[in-house]
Design a protein around this ligand. Structure first.
Ligand SMILES: Cc1cc2nc3c(=O)[nH]c(=O)nc-3n(C[C@H](O)[C@H](O)[C@H](O)COP(=O)(O)OP(=O)(O)OC[C@H]3O[C@@H](n4cnc5c(N)ncnc54)[C@H](O)[C@@H]3O)c2cc1C
Length: 392
């Protein structure tokens, strides 16, 4: 019988064990800047403006926010970080973080890049999964139209069939390479179209083990029920459901879209309701591990503590292959490293790509880490604590 091991997410010595003093100071200065919401707003606007004018600011971005949240510009560059994480027994979810593509050539290039990542992951076993977005292979307008079940034009049908072929081939290659493929969740007006294709791929490729994972956004009030229905389907048809559970990244965008189009918002009315839904999903999955494989993708300490408690309660070995906890690179090392220390499978989500192309991702990270109502962010408080502990 498992017993609850002593663990504290406040243990900053463990959290920052791989950071030198100068790296810690650098991180501290960056988080201090990001803690100021006005500065983040102005900085984001300025970076976007200067980038659009082709001003040479890549160097500045790369040495600051890029290095904190991204693995590198290329796979070769990113390998250094992957190898360092692997020394601490931390796995990687690899993501080519280029967004907002709009033409056939770009979709083809994304497909090629995804294939390259899968083959790279096959040679680097500490890469647990390759993460993809279906909007990398066809446009948002097309996915939206597929979801609305409107008749596609001839050109649209060609684009859709091409995207399906890319995705099917990527899934097949992932299985061949023994690599997991995580499909990111996006906005609700085309997420159903993504969900049904991921379900189809899971039924086809997850017969023996979960290779293909869908992402379930529990900030949506319909997603816990959807997760349960998907799990029941997997059980009855005979495949393993791959479930990455998240709260979700697009609250503001979803609410704006709902008020603009006059449809009800799919987002829970309060943060507490999202927390409850997330935790219910977590407990449900941990209790159904024979036919579900879980990635708990969250920076929430309480939810990660609950994961641990539920595993103890159900007497599940900490290194069970159907359970992992994952945090974004550059955030919540206190969760990643402390869970890792007691033997839970942990992974960092590591995006890479040319500096200019990953700007939207970096802007989301800066916004996520800015101060709420003038309070010091959790991340900054932990770094300050470690700086005091080291007497720097
Ligand atoms: C490895 C990884 C992969 C991810 N992949 C995806 C993905 O594919 N798609 C995606 O959308 N997200 C994804 N996310 C999640 C997202 O980017 C945020 O990191 C996450 O939602 C932050 O929540 P948290 O669980 O860390 O907890 P917390 O910080 O406790 O919660 C913050 C979250 O609560 C929810 N919330 C906040 N206010 C409200 C409100 N008023 N009403 C309702 N809900 C509210 C929001 O989802 C907000 O992001 C991923 C996260 C990780 C770590």
């Amino acid at each position: 019988m498992n017993s609850l091991p002593p663990i504290s997410f406040d243990n900053t010595e463990v959290a920052y064990q791989t950071k030198s003093n100068s790296e810690l100071r650098k991180t501290y200065h960056l988080y201090r800047l990001m803690n100021q919401s006005l500065l983040v707003k102005l900085g984001n606007a300025m970076i976007q403006f200067l980038m659009s004018k082709n001003a040479p600011i890549e160097g500045l971005v790369k040495n600051t926010i890029f290095n904190q949240f991204c693995g590198g510009e290329t796979l070769e560059e990113t390998k250094i970080l992957i190898d360092n994480l692997s020394k601490s027994n931390i796995e990687v979810l690899l993501n080519y973080s280029v967004e907002g593509l709009e033409d056939a050539e770009s979709y083809y290039l994304t497909y090629q890049k995804s294939l390259e990542m899968i083959h790279f992951a096959a040679e680097n076993p500490s890469i647990r999964a390759v993460c993809i977005k279906f909007t990398g292979y066809a446009g948002i307008d097309l996915w939206t139209k597929v979801q609305s079940k409107a008749t596609l034009s001839k050109n649209e049908d060609v684009e859709y069939q091409q995207a399906r072929q890319y995705i099917d081939h990527l899934c097949a290659e992932a299985v061949k390479a023994d690599v997991q493929l995580f499909v990111d969740a996006e906005e609700s007006w085309f997420q159903d179209a993504i969900d049904s294709l991921v379900d189809e791929m899971m039924a086809k490729y997850n017969k023996e083990e979960a290779f293909i994972f869908n992402t379930y956004q529990l900030y949506r009030h319909d997603k816990f029920e959807y997760l349960k229905r998907s799990a029941e389907l997997a059980k009855s048809v005979g495949y393993v459901l791959g479930a990455k559970i998240v709260r979700g990244a697009y609250v503001e965008k979803e609410n704006q879209y709902a008020s603009k189009t006059g449809v009800p918002s799919p987002i829970n009315a309060t943060k507490e309701l999202s927390d409850i839904a997330f935790d219910k999903a977590l407990v449900y999955v941990v209790n159904n591990l024979e036919h579900i494989s879980l990635c708990c993708a969250s920076h929430n300490e309480r939810s990660n503590q609950l994961l641990l408690e539920e595993m103890v309660k159900c007497n599940i070995p900490f290194n069970h292959k159907h359970i992992s906890s994952s945090q974004l690179l550059g955030m919540s090392d206190n969760i990643t490293y402390n869970l890792n220390r007691i033997g839970i499978n942990t992974a960092k989500y590591v995006p890479f790509g040319p500096v200019k192309e990953v700007i939207p991702y970096l802007i989301r990270r800066a916004q996520e880490n800015t101060s709420v109502a003038g309070q010091t962010s959790r991340e900054l408080r932990l770094i300050e604590k470690e700086i005091r502990r080291r007497k720097l």
